[in-house]
Write a new protein. Structure first.
Length: 191
């Protein structure tokens, strides 16, 4: 959490810009969040503590464990759980501060971001290249989401993706980049 987040096009500094729209939450995760409400509530902004955390509508969506989701509320331009007093998610922070496992509580879509799944595919969120974190050296998106992918889809997928990663990295090691970092499969030359 040391990266200074910004929107690439405008260079506007905006920490945790990926949280601006809220997120989809499996109803089982919603129930787990509500069960941890006292630990999470203490980390929310004072004006956000007593407003609804979730939109009231439930949606039927294939691919989620329960088959039903709700959306987190967007409060003052960001997900209700974005802890404005410090970086990051209040759910994640509550897990760290209170020693509980965030799996099953912090929404899987948030733990996986910027990867997500749809139509039997794991893909990169279309908005991701617009955020400065897409252009920072660090672990690959696969490495970032590997444990969550294994949790959601099983070890067979991760074994197959480990092999695909090995092949891609071997191929990329053969390509000249003229010293420019490779980001999202493309050589990036900063402007």
């Amino acid at each position: 959490m040391t990266h200074d987040c910004a929107v690439v096009e405008t260079r506007q500094r905006r920490h945790d810009v990926c949280c601006q729209y809220g997120c989809d939450v499996d109803v089982a995760e919603r129930d787990a969040i509500v069960a941890r409400r006292h630990e999470i509530r203490d980390l929310l902004r004072p004006e956000a503590k007593d407003v609804p955390w979730f939109e009231p509508e439930e949606y039927v969506v294939e691919g989620y464990p329960s088959g039903r989701i709700v959306r987190t509320e967007v409060f003052r331009g960001a997900c209700i759980f974005l802890a404005q007093d410090a970086r990051g998610c209040a759910i994640h922070r509550a897990a760290l501060e209170h020693g509980f496992d965030m799996r099953g509580v912090k929404p899987a879509v948030c733990r996986l971001y910027p990867l997500y799944y749809e139509d039997d595919a794991v893909v990169i969120d279309d908005d991701y290249p617009a955020y400065s974190c897409a252009w920072v050296d660090g672990p690959t998106l696969y490495r970032h989401g590997r444990d969550t992918l294994a949790e959601l889809f099983g070890s067979e997928l991760v074994v197959a993706l480990d092999e695909a990663e090995r092949l891609v990295l071997a191929r990329d090691a053969q390509r000249p980049t003229n010293g420019a970092p490779t980001v999202l499969g493309h050589t990036h030359v900063p402007s």
